[in-house]
Ligand binder design. Structure first.
Ligand code: ARG
Length: 432
């Protein structure tokens, strides 16, 4: 391995552009890889930019097919989230960007792996966990952890002083990340959770950067989604590849207010942050697949499904894609998702709601759910109630003077809690 050869995950943004120039100054031969994860950007022109900045080579690699056949369908079928409301777009793509870098580094006979993530966020972890799984012997460099540039302004000055002053503006303080699943917006006025912020300003920045139009009238009509093993396979009866389904839903409902999740999240590093996630396809599909799961899974299996979705979401968030735990979770998911085939009608406005679920695996029985006459024997429930509540029968409750129930009466004994408080108070006053 040539010690001064490196492969950089180049996005075309300010950070990785500065990194190309900086690496050149550290005498590295820079091979920039632009990984297509479905970001709406002109990758050819970004490739030219990397070369202009001094990269020895720049190449584009399409990671969409890999994403669409592995983690993306899994995340959809499990309605996977982190902390319940982040639908994971960025986290899904990072390990696959790292995998492209590793492949490129191997083709060079080995190389240093470089990423542009800071030392504050999750992305550094996702990149570096993937590097450690796929190529533990390749050296890793994260310029943010070693250089003395402090932020956007420093980077712009750095580039200017070297004759590159392209299109960077200090005022554009948002950090965007887009892929086929979502668009994330962080930074700027979102940085301080204790401060009000102007949503118009945030959306203005989004519209500015990602020329998106208003939603069309057709978006108001209900859509029918067909799922096969928890993964959408057709819209309104027309079979479509998953990538097209995501693209269509994301474009269609990009400006629907329900398509934005404003999230305060706990990063893996311990830092709290606030972000706006624009993920219409994920939101709609999550609503639909959850309705399918509620219809087709029995109660204990549905509970398991929900827990797995949270657990799977958490390991993806933490960048543990290339790991035993991810493989094991996916294997155990198989038995559940094979029950999730059918069709779901979703109305997109005012908020997505499901009006109809049809599936051969449905356990939903109208004859049981109905309030009308049926041959259900209501008296059967008596035994169920008696046995289910045996566990609590015999516990005496006391009534207040006015008849309201206040608490369980326990046999007289020491109040352990009060005793503990008292003894710890004594300990404190002795040591003080
Ligand atoms: N907070 C989200 C996550 O950790 C989004 C990160 C977006 N990354 C970025 N470099 N802007 O997945």
């Amino acid at each position: 391995m040539k010690s001064k050869t490196c492969v950089l995950a180049y996005s075309g943004g300010l950070d990785t552009s500065t990194i190309v120039v900086w690496l050149r100054e550290q005498k590295f031969e820079v091979h920039a890889v632009l990984v297509d994860v479905g970001q709406d950007e002109d990758l050819e022109s970004l490739k030219r930019k990397a070369l202009r900045l001094g990269a020895a080579t720049a190449s584009i690699c399409d990671a969409k097919p890999d994403l669409l056949r592995s983690v993306v369908p899994m995340a959809i079928s499990f309605a996977a989230t982190y902390e319940g409301n982040y639908r994971l777009g960025t986290a899904l793509a990072r390990p696959f960007i790292a995998a492209v870098q590793v492949r490129a580094a191997r083709q060079l006979g080995g190389a240093m792996l470089v990423h542009g993530a800071t030392g504050k966020g999750n992305d550094q972890i996702r990149f570096e966990f993937a590097y450690r799984s796929l190529a533990p012997s390749f050296p890793v460099l994260a310029p943010w952890k070693v250089w003395d540039l402090g932020g956007r302004e420093d980077m712009i000055q750095y580039l200017k002083s070297r004759g590159f002053d392209d299109d960077y503006q200090v005022t554009k303080s948002f950090s965007f990340d887009e892929n086929l699943f979502h668009l994330s917006v962080e930074g700027g006025p979102l940085e301080d959770a204790s401060a009000e912020f102007d949503i118009e300003c945030v959306l203005g920045a989004v519209a500015d950067r990602f020329a998106v139009g208003p939603i069309g009238c057709s978006s108001i009509s209900p859509i029918n989604l067909t799922f096969g093993r928890g993964v959408p396979v057709a819209i309104d009866g027309i079979p479509m590849p998953l990538g097209d389904i995501l693209k269509m839903l994301n474009q269609h409902y990009r400006f629907a207010p329900w398509a934005w999740d404003l999230v305060i999240e706990n990063r893996f590093t311990g830092i709290k942050s606030r972000g706006l996630y624009i993920n219409p396809a994920a939101k709609l599909l999550h609503v639909a697949v959850d309705a399918l799961a509620r219809t087709c899974l029995n109660k204990p299996t549905y509970d398991e499904y929900v827990q797995l979705g949270r657990a799977y979401g958490t390991i993806l968030y933490r960048g543990e894609y290339f790991s035993d735990q991810r493989e094991v979770m996916e294997a155990s998911a198989g038995a559940i998702v094979r029950r999730l085939s059918g069709s779901v009608t979703v109305h997109p406005f005012p908020v997505p709601y499901v009006s109809r679920v049809q599936s051969d695996s449905a356990l939903f029985r109208k004859s049981l759910a109905t309030f009308e006459n049926s041959d259900y024997a209501h008296g059967d429930a008596n035994g169920f109630i008696k046995l289910s509540w045996l566990t609590s029968v015999g516990r005496p409750f006391v009534e207040d003077a006015d008849g309201s129930i206040v608490e369980t009466r326990y046999s007289a004994g020491p109040d352990v809690c009060a005793d503990q408080c008292e003894s710890s108070r004594r300990l404190v006053s002795v040591s003080a």
